[in-house]
Design a protein around this ligand. Structure first.
Ligand SMILES: [Mg+2]
Length: 226
């Protein structure tokens, strides 16, 4: 019950970012594969590309790629550093600007939480929705969170809907380069396609707005009339 002391909490505005090839130039899974030699790298990269273009369902490649790579905690930490080194050059300033304008940034990824954490810290993004990897006491790979929605096609909209139910945002925006990101379009107020690293025709034509620099986001958000 709300009486005199009740403060009407201002609704937050949610801006959800894909990670790989959006916040950073790299695809984390491909970099993990690279550490296993050129043959594994080529095999995994082809699977990632086909999944990101929507040619094969994500669930068909997700476990297979990890079974081949079996990344250790050390491998994952190295990729974590790479995400930061290869960060999209305009994003740090853009996140600051968006936060000042009342936006709450979140990372939503089909990649791995432990690999993304350093980039999130670097950018001041408190929340990561991504797949947890499991390691044993020696830091060897033993598995992953198979239940997490982004391990399958159609997973990102499921997480977006859950975030909206939890946070009750006034506005929800998704930014990403992949077909798995475009899948969120029906459940967000604005889908922004991103083409700096891996421009995709399907995303370009499906997106209401398509940008090549994250610095162009604040202008793109004016389409929402906020
Ligand atoms: Mg991506």
């Amino acid at each position: 019950m709300c009486f005199v002391h009740c403060v009407v909490k201002k609704k937050l505005k949610l801006i959800i970012f894909d990670c790989d090839s959006t916040l950073s130039a790299i695809e984390g899974i491909d970099e993990l594969a690279r550490a296993r030699g050129p043959q594994v790298f080529a095999e995994v990269e082809a699977m990632t590309r086909d999944a990101m273009e929507g040619k094969i369902p994500v669930e068909e490649v997700f476990a297979r790629r990890l079974d081949i790579i079996r990344p250790s905690r050390t491998n994952v930490a190295a990729v974590g550093r790479l995400y930061v080194e290869q960060v999209e050059p305009t994003v740090q300033a853009t996140i600051k600007q968006l936060k000042a304008a009342g936006w709450t940034p979140v990372i939503l990824s089909g990649g791995f939480r432990q690999a993304i954490e350093p980039l999130a810290a670097h950018l001041g993004i408190a929340r990561i929705e991504a797949v947890d990897l499991h390691f044993d006491a020696k830091g060897e790979f033993v598995g992953f969170d198979e239940k997490f929605p982004t391990t399958r096609s159609g997973g990102k909209p499921v997480v977006v809907i859950a975030l909206k139910q939890e946070l009750k945002p006034a506005r929800t925006v998704m930014v990403g380069d992949g077909v798995s990101d475009l899948e969120t379009k029906p459940v967000v107020d604005l889908f922004v396609g991103f083409g700096r690293y891996t421009p995709r025709e399907r995303v370009r034509t499906g997106a209401a707005v398509f940008i090549n620099n994250l610095a162009d986001l604040p202008a793109a958000l004016t389409k929402l009339g906020t």
